[in-house]
Design a protein around this ligand. Structure first.
Ligand code: ADP
Length: 485
């Protein structure tokens, strides 16, 4: 797949530390999940590489924090310009590494790029305030300063956007970075590092280290120099990192799992709701933390909604993401297919009805594919409802009144995104306020954008990415008191 690259110098298999490409003793494989083709063997720089990267970031911080926000913005805009100039190559890498269709991969680059543009501008507006203070002859004010060295651990489902969403605001605020990308998708991350280098971002400011997480993770969380750990991934690993960060009282910014309810009320536009589910459910093959996980539909429109959704899901074609007629690619690996398959089987055995799909397509298509699936009649206590599906399975639950829908929607340790389809303005307010979620999309199947706060409550995480909040996340608020004026 990588023979499609126009700029082959973007294809890197070493880590990027202190402005240098650094190799390691061991290498790990990166495979295309659509056809099991070996794409690359990437160097594992291990704990030692992580230490060197932190040292470089620490040294670079002294300089970078003093670069004016206007100058930092210029460099970030140049990085962004190069990313957009190489959008086709970056999309090829994403599709090859994790499988999402090429058009969707380009969409991810545009989405991720918007965070660089936004953050570059926002950094110029990290203003302080003057305060009233109780003593006579004194003045008080606040300033915002970069937290210091930030380390980020990112997942494979958005190989580019999960990096830019953290790095752009951190770099804009004046922090320096060590990024550890997911082992499934290091190539996109390394290409971003190459472009940052070409953009003139100084050495040591942006480092990417690849290798075994169990070796690199504890170095990132244990280092005195690192002041903030940014993480997107599973709740389990998020909790582990939070525990490790506690020792050094480091700040954490965690974007963890979700169990998004997609609520369709009796008064909703049923066709729009079905379209919304189809769009939100199959993005990244259903492998996103904001994928609708429980589709809760009020009884009065359940039959019409299910028919409309069935038509749409039956039309979704799975296949190699380089095929322009394909709407969803493979799952990330074969284990993911096995896991989703056993969830669907167990639901069917417990009496649920599979209306579309419901099976692995691995043998048929030669990669880790699972058929776009519609299932109804699963119990809300089944693992398909209580856990994160992370696959292309839409599971619909028939519900009665507003109160029981809210109760069911909130009956989970997660609280990332919720979706609500209704045209009743009273319901819009009552239900959006009652849903224990960080984000609520009303008649909107997608919530993320560079200008708005993305993040969760409860076990879905801590902190917000995007908007002014995304940049503030990487700053400390300092209070200065001047007496004897
Ligand atoms: P997934 O199961 O979807 O891969 P993970 O939470 O395991 O989700 O992975 C997200 C990121 O966390 C990846 O970059 C992965 O390498 C990293 N990771 C996994 N285990 C650890 C760990 N023990 N310490 C630090 N990072 C880890």
């Amino acid at each position: 797949a990588l023979n499609r690259l126009q700029d082959t110098a973007l294809f890197k298999t070493d880590s990027f530390i202190d402005g240098q490409w650094v190799s390691g003793q061991n290498r790990f494989p990166v495979d295309n999940p659509a056809n099991r083709e070996r794409l690359a063997e990437v160097a594992d720089v291990g704990a030692d590489g992580a230490r060197r990267a932190i040292d470089a970031a620490e040294a670079a911080f002294v300089i970078w924090r003093k670069v004016s926000p206007f100058e930092r913005a210029k460099l970030l805009h140049e990085w962004n310009r190069l990313i957009l100039a190489h959008i086709d190559d970056l999309a090829v890498m994403i599709t090859a590494e994790m499988g999402k269709p090429l058009a969707e991969a380009k969409g991810e680059i545009l989405y991720g790029s918007a965070f660089i543009d936004w953050s570059a501008e926002e950094a110029k507006r990290l203003h302080g305030e003057t305060l009233s203070v109780p003593m006579p002859g004194a003045r008080g004010w606040t300033i915002r300063q970069p937290v210091g060295v930030v380390s980020c651990i990112t997942p494979w489902n958005f190989p580019a956007a999960m990096i830019t969403r953290k790095c752009a605001p951190a770099l804009a605020a004046g922090c320096t970075m060590v990024v550890k990308p997911a082992p499934e998708t290091p190539l996109t991350a390394l290409a971003l590092a190459e472009l940052a280098d070409r953009a003139g971002i100084p050495k040591g400011v942006f480092n990417v280290v690849c290798g075994e997480a169990e070796q690199i993770g504890p170095v990132l969380t244990g280092s005195k120099a690192v002041r903030l750990i940014g993480f997107t991934g599973s709740t389990e690993i998020g909790k582990l990192l939070m525990r490790q960060a506690a020792d050094g009282v480091k700040r954490v910014a965690l974007e963890l799992g979700g169990n998004a309810p997609f609520i369709v009320m009796d008064d909703a536009d049923v066709e729009a709701a079905a379209t919304g589910v189809a769009q939100a459910k199959f993005r990244s093959g259903g492998q996103t933390c904001v994928s609708p996980n429980r589709i809760l539909v009020q009884e009065g429109v359940a039959d019409a909604f299910l028919d409309a959704l069935e038509t749409r899901i039956a039309a979704v074609r799975a296949g190699d993401g380089f095929d322009p007629d394909v709407q969803i690619g493979p799952l990330i690996h074969d284990e993911a297919v096995t896991r989703v398959d056993s969830l669907v089987r167990s639901a069917a055995q417990s009496g649920a009805r599979v209306r579309v799909g419901g099976k692995s397509l691995a043998a048929e298509l030669g990669g880790s594919f699972f058929a776009p699936t519609l299932i109804e009649g699963v119990g809300l206590d089944h693992e398909l409802a209580s856990g994160e599906i992370f696959g292309p399975v839409a599971s619909v639950y028939r519900m009665t009144d507003e109160a029981s829908i809210i109760k069911a929607a909130n009956d989970t340790p997660y609280g990332l995104a919720a979706y609500l389809y209704t045209r009743d303005i009273g319901r819009v307010h009552r239900m959006s306020e009652a849903l224990d979620y960080g984000m609520v999309g009303i008649n909107a199947p997608m919530v993320g954008s560079a200008s708005t706060p993305f993040g969760g409550v409860k076990e879905s995480g801590i902190g917000r990415e995007g908007g002014k909040w995304g940049v503030e996340e990487f700053t400390d608020l300092k209070y200065v008191l001047l007496a004897g004026v």
